[in-house]
Structure formats: structure tokens, C-alpha cells
Write a protein that binds this ligand. Structure first.
Ligand code: SF4
Ligand code: SF4
Length: 441
């Protein structure tokens, strides 16, 4: 079986949050560098750090195996300076025949693929292009472990590592079945959610607010973060697009700070959030300008660090991006355009600790407890569209008995992935967006 088929059949989606089907990133013979992304720049999250601490040898073996299969000559494993120190790793350490360790600055958003590639290889992926255009493939740490499992034993993805963080008595890192209901996870960890608190799927910087009573752990969930209403990160999560536009119309003074600090702009990308805010406020949308919205990585530096007027350029841009997605429009680079990172970039990187302070979450940054493996919820709810691409197509019916690892939904034609039972049990419901399995001992 070829590599792409193995990764597709294992149902591997990027575990770092994006959910891009892993098989679709492979391009045999076109990449010379694999970068393993262990940059966990989101405040409060320690998922990748824990994996490196406990399973560094497997991470290296996974990277080497993928490189071998794809004809890739070098593997770079990279994480931030603070975490590297705690792991006892130094810049340049040779971890395997092809694998070298690289230290990243303690800055946010170092885990952004484009920033990471620049930082580790000195190659700039042109705006609108994919990393493979510069001969690079990037995979998250946990994804690499999933790839190793698929290559060695054909093991499909049924488990997810995550950090439970924020306003909880003891933050925790643990590994749970995909589809674990968050409410069951909270009960297991003894977490009660006060009424005004907000729960995010992800960390406080880029996490998405979810209804914790119905949310589940997806293949992309790296963290679940509980925040009190007064934290800036919670205020940001409550902001509405309409309200944001209202403030943008009245309060933007066009100071350009959002553009000056934008990490994509600092890499030379033609993304200028202050112009997007001005265009949105004036209702005067230049079609060339609006397409640059697709170059935004959604890091939120413009709203959290730059803007002193309470405006979220990120949200203005997200609205434009949504319009562009509906109209299937993307950025296209003018012929002959040359992009060069700003000489100011290194001085304008935002320290991770500063980001945590501004998000109002520094006081929650405590060493998480490592919970024992083996936790199983009473039921799982497996999303059919938990990855980028087309939803999976169910192949089971209510009442069917399934065993862990069995295919319960196959990949659709096109970019898609299959889903596997993450516990053994009985199929309770097959819904348009998920399959619910009741666990049996
Ligand atoms: S930082 Fe705020 S006020 Fe300044 S240009 Fe950007 S959105 Fe406008
Ligand atoms: S969210 Fe703001 S700072 Fe981040 S890339 Fe987008 S425009 Fe730039």
C-alpha cells in the first residue's frame, strides 16, 4: 500500500488544530525538508511539551520514517527556548540520522506554519502558496506519532492528547478517546463550570468558544480552556462581528500599529490590517485588497497587542475571509512580485509571556498534572466533519456493535478522511454530523 493510502486509511488529520488531512500534504520527491512543529506558543497549553518529554524517541522515529518513505533528506524538530531548556535539548542537537533539533524564540505565534518555516529554514513561502512550493512539509508533533502508528501497525486515530487549562484547580494533560464529551471529561477531572465562564476549544489566544455541555474532543483539539468572564481572552471570545464593526467605524484612528506588528506583514506579506479596517468602516471594498484577507493566520496580535481602541482587525478580516471562501476566491500574487521580510521583524516579535499577560491568563499558567492513561467516557460522539474537506460517510447503523479501531464512516470522494470507533460498544445514533457510540465493557 502506498504512503498516501496508509495515512488516509488511518484517518490522520493535522492534530495541531488545523485538521488538514495528513495524506494530502505528502508529495513524494518534492520535499527536501520535514519540519516537526512542536512550537506550542498558545499560552497555557503543554500538550506537545508532554509528548516530547515522554515520547521524544518515538517522535524522532516517526519523523525519520516519514522522511525515509518520502525521500526527504532532513528533519527539523523545533520548539521554543523555554521548553527546550526544560527538556534538556540544545540548538543543533542531532537526534537521529536525519533529525536536528532547533530552538525557536519564545514568541507568539511561532507555531504558525509560515513563521515556523522561515524561522527554521530561512525559506519564505510566497503569499498564497503552500509550504511544498519551497520544498517543505510541516507536521505537528502528535500527527507524527499518529503517522508512526499507521506506518508500523496500521493503527488508526482513536485517541487525542490535550491540555485542560485555565481557571481550574489543577490543569491536566491527558490522552482520551476521540469524541469524548467535554462534560464527561470535566466530571472526571472534578471541574465545575461557573455560569459566566467561557470554555474554549484550544488555547486563550486562538481557541474557539464552545458550549461545553455539548462539545466533544475532536481530532484537532489540543486544549480545552476554561476562562472567567473578566479575562481579556474571554472578553475577546464574546465579541460579535457587528459590535466590532461598530467600534471600527467610530474609533479607528489609522495609527497602523496593527499592521506594524502583524507577523505576516513582517514577513513581507501584503497584508495590512489597518487598511482592511478602513475599508470595512467605509464600506468601500477594493477587490484586490480584500483578497489579502486569505493571508491572515488569525493569530490576533492586531487585536490583543496592537490596537488601543478596542478594535479587532482579526475579526474584520475573518468576515472578509468568510465571504471569499463562499465565493471561492483566493489571493493571487501579481506576476514578478518579490516578497522580503522586514528588517524590523526580529525586534517586533511578541514575547509569549507578554501575550499571556495581555490575554489576562498569566495567573493560570501552572505546570499541569499528567493524568493516567486509560480514561474512557461512557459514550463518544465522533464528528463526521472534524477535518478540512468533505465530511465522512457513515457505514454503520444504530444498534450495530463496533470494536475500537473499526471504520464507522468512510472517506467521501475528494479531500476527506474515514472515521474509526474510538471505543468498543453499540452505535446509539447516526446523525448528519456525528456518530454516537455507547461504550460497552
Ligand atoms: S491599531 Fe486599531 S486604531 Fe490603529 S489602525 Fe489598527 S485598528 Fe485602527
Ligand atoms: S490576526 Fe491580525 S496580526 Fe494576526 S495575521 Fe491576521 S491581521 Fe496579522
Amino acid at each position: 500500500m502506498d504512503m498516501q493510502t496508509i495515512l488516509r486509511e488511518a484517518g490522520i488529520a493535522g492534530a495541531g488544530g488545523a485538521g488538514f488531512p495528513c495524506y494530502a500534504k505528502q508529495a513524494p520527491g518534492r520535499a527536501d525538508t520535514l519540519v516537526i512543529n512542536a512550537a506550542e506558543c498558545e499560552p497555557l497549553l503543554y500538550t506537545d511539551f508532554t509528548l516530547l518529554r515522554e515520547r521524544l524517541a518515538d517522535v524522532v522515529a516517526g519523523g525519520e520514517a516519514l522522511a525515509q518513505a518520502e525521500g526527504i533528506g532532513r528533519v527539523i524538530l523545533a520548539t521554543e527556548r523555554k521548553k527546550a531548556g526544560a527538556l534538556g535539548l540544545s540548538d543543533g542537537d542531532e537526534l537521529g540520522p536525519k533529525t536536528v533539533f532547533r530552538i525557536l524564540p519564545d514568541a507568539y505565534p511561532m507555531g504558525d506554519e509560515i513563521s515556523l518555516i522561515w524561522q527554521t529554514t530561512g525559506r519564505l513561502v510566497s503569499p498564497g502558496q503552500l509550504p511544498i512550493s519551497r520544498g517543505v512539509i510541516v507536521q505537528n508533533t502528535e500527527t507524527i506519532l499518529q503517522i508512526l502508528g499507521a506506518l508500523q501497525n496500521g493503527t488508526p486515530v482513536t485517541r487525542k492528547w490535550l491540555t485542560v487549562a485555565g481557571d481550574v484547580r489543577t490543569p491536566a494533560v491527558l490522552c482520551v478517546p476521540v469524541g469524548t464529551p467535554v462534560r464527561e471529561l470535566f466530571a472526571y477531572l472534578g471541574i465545575e463550570v461557573p455560569q459566566e465562564h467561557i470554555v474554549l476549544d484550544g488555547g486563550p489566544a486562538m481557541g474557539r468558544p464552545v458550549d461545553w455541555e455539548s462539545a466533544v474532543v475532536k481530532k484537532t483539539t489540543k486544549g480545552i480552556t476554561l476562562l472567567p468572564p473578566e479575562a481579556e481572552a474571554a472578553r475577546k471570545a464574546r465579541r460579535t462581528s457587528r459590535g466590532n464593526r461598530g467600534v471600527a467605524v467610530t474609533a479607528c484612528c489609522q495609527c497602523t500599529r496593527c499592521t506594524d506588528l502583524c507577523p505576516r506583514h513582517l514577513l513581507g506579506y501584503p497584508l495590512e490590517p489597518h487598511r482592511m479596517v478602513r475599508a470595512a468602516a467605509a464600506g468601500n471594498i477594493d477587490p484586490v485588497l480584500v483578497r489579502t484577507a486569505t493571508l491572515c493566520c488569525g493569530c490576533g496580535i492586531c487585536e490583543t497587542v496592537a490596537c488601543s481602541q478596542g478594535i479587532s482587525p482579526r475579526m474584520v478580516i475573518a468576515d472578509f475571509k468568510e465571504q471569499l471562501r463562499r465565493e471561492k476566491m483566493a489571493f493571487s500574487s501579481p506576476q514578478g512580485a518579490v516578497y522580503t521580510p522586514s528588517a524590523q521583524r526580529d525586534y517586533r516579535l511578541v514575547p509569549g509571556a507578554r501575550m499571556a499577560d495581555l490575554l489576562g491568563v498569566s495567573r493560570f499558567d501552572r505546570k499541569p498534572a499528567r493524568m493516567p492513561d486509560g480514561y474512557l467516557p461512557s459514550r463518544v460522539e465522533i464528528p463526521l466533519a472534524g477535518h478540512i474537506g468533505l465530511p465522512s460517510v457513515p457505514v454503520v447503523s444504530p444498534g450495530d456493535r463496533v470494536r475500537e479501531g473499526q471504520v464507522i464512516a468512510q472517506a467521501a470522494e475528494g479531500l476527506s478522511l474515514p472515521q474509526h470507533a474510538s471505543v468498543s460498544g453499540r452505535v446509539l445514533l447516526v446523525l448528519p454530523d456525528k456518530i454516537i457510540i455507547e461504550r460497552e465493557a
